[in-house]
Design a protein around this ligand. Structure first.
Ligand code: TXA
Ligand code: MG
Length: 346
């Protein structure tokens, strides 16, 4: 582990960045902070290094990885061509939490793209990520640095909780900013299609694009179609206890959550409730976690994965989570909560 809290030199000259970058170039697995979540990086052109990402995470091989670059100019080596709509989006949102699915030039390892003709690319804005990518100079494949299925890591400690002994190092620069992953948008078709909501909201995309279609496999799990973003078919971000996402009008939601909590506790189960600052005093359960404020949804996003991990740390067996309105950040938060609940939504 390397700590970057007290820096005395420019980041690109920092010994920790220099060492991490050269280890990456030698084929090592290095976890690093981005503005969304911590990523587990490997040289995207090194087959063996990329394979070891899948092994360390226990990730299914058919789930492709995002390629991270430190400079815009690296894109021309990775994408076969860049549609004009992608140029517009990059001008507006790069560096930042927007991943674009583009036609692949076939220059990164086949394991990165899981054999697809497309490649997902992102230019992160976190200064540590950018410095690392700029010094390493190679494109870096990086999924979130968690064991597959677990909540993504927003702190270096979460990375080590999941992957200590399975990776070569982690750069610690404190908690990440957004707390949820990047938005994934496919720009290879006639119309841009949202594959995963994330740090750039649909409303922000619509201001640039007019309209955005949403991949049907993302809206609900009831379709038989294979998702265009293979990652969306897996249970994800999940605490170890069984989680239920509870909807309804606000008063109704609180009553239903408390009734279920009482019922589970009567069965002898350890119960956790996921709420916000506004209502944390209203519930009785073994563990009540207040995650941010409803008045500022980015604060809920920022704390969500840490909150889910807190239930695991406390050995909670049933988690009951409040719902949020499905717009702006609420849409991203609800997408992650539905996945964490494995579709148990009432
Ligand atoms: O914020 C983020 O995006 C973080 C940080 C580390 O950058 N990374 C991340 O990676 O969330 P990961 O592997 O956890 O999620 C990547 C998502 C998956 O849902 C995957 O299926 C999708 O992107 N994806 C990757 N390549 C794709 C492609 N060629 N076509 C469609 N979906 C793709
Ligand atoms: Mg992930």
């Amino acid at each position: 582990t390397v700590y970057l809290h007290q820096r005395k030199t420019t980041l690109t000259e920092h010994p920790a960045i220099q060492e991490a970058a050269s280890r990456l170039r030698e084929g090592a697995l290095i976890a690093f902070p981005t503005e969304t979540v911590y990523g587990l990086g490997a040289d995207a052109q090194n087959d063996k290094a990329v394979q070891s990402i899948f092994r360390a995470k226990g990730r299914p091989g058919d789930n492709p990885l995002i390629v991270h670059i430190g400079e815009h100019s690296q894109l021309s080596d990775i994408a076969a061509h860049v549609p004009s709509v992608a140029e517009k989006l990059m001008d507006r949102f790069w560096p930042g939490p927007l991943t674009l699915v583009l036609p692949s030039a076939g220059t990164v390892s086949d394991n990165v793209t899981a054999g697809l003709p497309t490649v997902a690319v992102r230019l992160p804005e976190h200064p540590v990520a950018r410095a690392l990518l700029q010094v390493a100079r190679c494109p870096v494949a990086a999924p979130s640095a968690n064991r597959s299925g677990r909540p993504s890591p927003t702190e270096a400690r979460h990375v080590l909780d999941d992957l200590d002994g399975r990776i070569d190092g982690v750069i610690d620069s404190g908690p990440t900013g957004y707390g949820l992953e990047s938005t994934v948008l496919d720009v290879t078709g006639d119309e841009p299609a949202l594959l995963r909501p994330g740090g750039i909201t649909v409303e922000q995309l619509e201001r640039v694009l007019g309209s955005v279609t949403t991949d049907p496999t993302l809206i609900d799990n009831a379709t038989d179609r294979a998702p265009r973003s293979p990652g969306m078919k897996y249970r994800h971000y999940a605490p170890q206890g069984e989680m239920t996402l509870v909807g309804g009008s606000e008063g109704d939601m609180v009553r239903r959550i408390q009734a279920l909590a009482d019922q589970y506790r009567a069965e002898g189960l350890k119960v956790g409730i996921l709420t916000t600052e506004e209502r944390k005093e209203e519930y009785r359960a073994d563990v009540v976690v207040a995650c941010g404020s409803r008045k500022a949804l980015p604060t809920v996003a920022r704390g969500l994965y840490r909150a889910l991990r807190q239930f695991d740390d406390a050995g909670v067996e049933r988690v009951l989570a409040e719902s949020f309105p499905e717009c702006g950040w609420g849409r991203t938060i609800m997408n992650r909560l539905r996945k964490a609940a494995g579709g148990r939504v009432i």
